[in-house]
Design a protein. Sequence first.
Length: 195
Amino acid sequence: MSEERAPSPTPSERARKDAEDRKREEEEQAKLPYRWTQTLEEADVNVPIPGNLKARDLIVELKKTHIKVAIKGQEPIIDGDFPHPIQVDDSTWVLSTKPDNTKEVAINLAKARGSHWWAHIVTSAPKIDTTKIVPENSKLSELDGETRGMVEKMMYDQEMKRQGKPTSDEQNKQDILKKFMAEHPEMDFSQAKMG
């Protein structure tokens, strides 16, 4: 008995579904009592609060795997587990007054080393599709030495392939072979297969 497979969606059907998913995601995120953004290294959470409150009126707890933000004597605004751990000592929060005299708790969460894109700030909140995240371009100068070297080599190799020239690894092999052939003129390389 053969299994029937659903036909794969056409590009226009996929685009329509992506647009619907994005709209639903935006609506879900807009209902949250906070706004958030992220990079691979950190997440920023902004929690609006009444303008008459001071820092002493708040409870802000940042633990390795948990966050709690509340106004004293009220139900927490955020109280849940992170999808991945944070570096508590490198995470901060401040109470800031905006130009319209409203206030917000601005929280900067330092993601644990080797972290990922987060689908949500707390696991009880609706998820975003992390596969649709388009990271901002980072400058080569911002990368550490080893990473920068790898990226530059990849960029060089990609350009060489595009031009139909040997990549750095292929060039290296050819150079070693040429050197070996020059050091051993007594050997016959006419039948050797290169590749």
